[in-house]
Design a protein around this ligand. Structure first.
Ligand SMILES: [Zn+2]
Length: 280
């Protein structure tokens, strides 16, 4: 599932291309993916794009917003005269529109915004901008890296928990934005065994992990996200972080620190990669 760096990559693209456009028409092919009335966004101009954890918020000038969660396989792809020849990922997008295109926004100046979602788990919800923070998904979200997750808040989350460290940092109610890829890499970078009980971490380890979370996510944003499953940016192109992971997806490879073999186990149902020599 896209995590903070992937959704931030989408936000940056939407901010660059979609802000300033007027929405002229909305065509909804799969009703459950677009919750609201097309008339509530038609005729309105996009004035901003925000991100909260793994969620996106497109603000309109008519007092409404579209809250979006792309979940596993959602894509938001922009096309206009200038970008129409940009190559789309053949494997992850194919053609536009495709059989996975379920909502189509016709924008002014000949531009289009396509919402594709092969697995159909995502959602677009139309609601008054003033009520966005009240959506259960956003309301229950913990502080997030690069925003309100201070070292002190991070320490509190970890010290007051009875659970294992890796699933804890992926719990969106405790910390917003971290998913499986970056949790694996941050734990490797901070040399912490993902199976450790959170409250056994020392102050020094907590600080290392806090820094590592930011380091790996900055790297993720730099590479335009990781294109696992169906993630592409707003031009329909893949990110590059999957080729630069520190340990995620590298079972059987040599640990780049010690030369030992990277192991894979399942922890809380999620693929967990670690080096027994380096992570204690
Ligand atoms: Zn190692």
């Amino acid at each position: 599932m896209p995590e903070l760096p992937e959704v931030e990559t989408l936000r940056l693209g939407l901010e660059k291309y979609v802000v300033g456009h007027k929405i002229e028409l909305v065509e909804v092919k799969v009703p459950k993916l677009f919750q609201g009335k097309p008339q509530e966004v038609m005729g309105a101009k996009v004035i901003g794009v925000r991100r909260m954890g793994k969620g996106l918020i497109i603000d309109l000038d008519n007092g409404n917003s579209m809250a979006i969660h792309v979940k596993l396989t959602g894509q938001l792809i922009y096309r206009d005269e200038k970008t129409k020849d940009e190559p789309l990922s053949k494997e992850k997008v194919g053609t536009l529109p495709s059989s996975a295109t379920h909502v189509i926004f016709t924008l002014d100046k000949g531009a289009m915004l396509y919402y594709n979602d092969r697995r159909r788990f995502g959602w677009i919800k139309v609601l008054p901008t003033s009520e966005v923070g009240e959506l259960p998904y956003f309301k229950g979200m913990g502080p997030e890296p690069f925003k309100d997750l201070t070292l002190e808040k991070f320490q509190n989350v970890i010290k007051n928990s009875n659970t294992v460290i890796k699933p804890l940092i992926m719990d969106q109610k405790k910390i917003g934005g971290i998913g499986n890829i970056y949790a694996n890499d941050a734990l490797f970078l901070s040399k912490i065994d993902p199976r450790r009980k959170a409250k056994t971490l020392s102050d020094e380890e907590i600080e290392k992990l806090y820094k590592a979370v930011h380091t790996v996510m900055e790297k993720g944003i730099k590479y335009g996200g990781a294109s696992e499953l169906n993630f592409v940016n707003v031009l329909g192109q893949e990110g590059g972080y999957q080729n630069h992971t520190l340990i995620y997806g590298r079972q059987g490879d040599k640990c780049e620190n010690c030369g030992g073999t990277v192991k894979k186990i399942f922890l809380g149902g999620r693929g967990t990669y670690f080096c027994e020599n380096c992570q204690k």
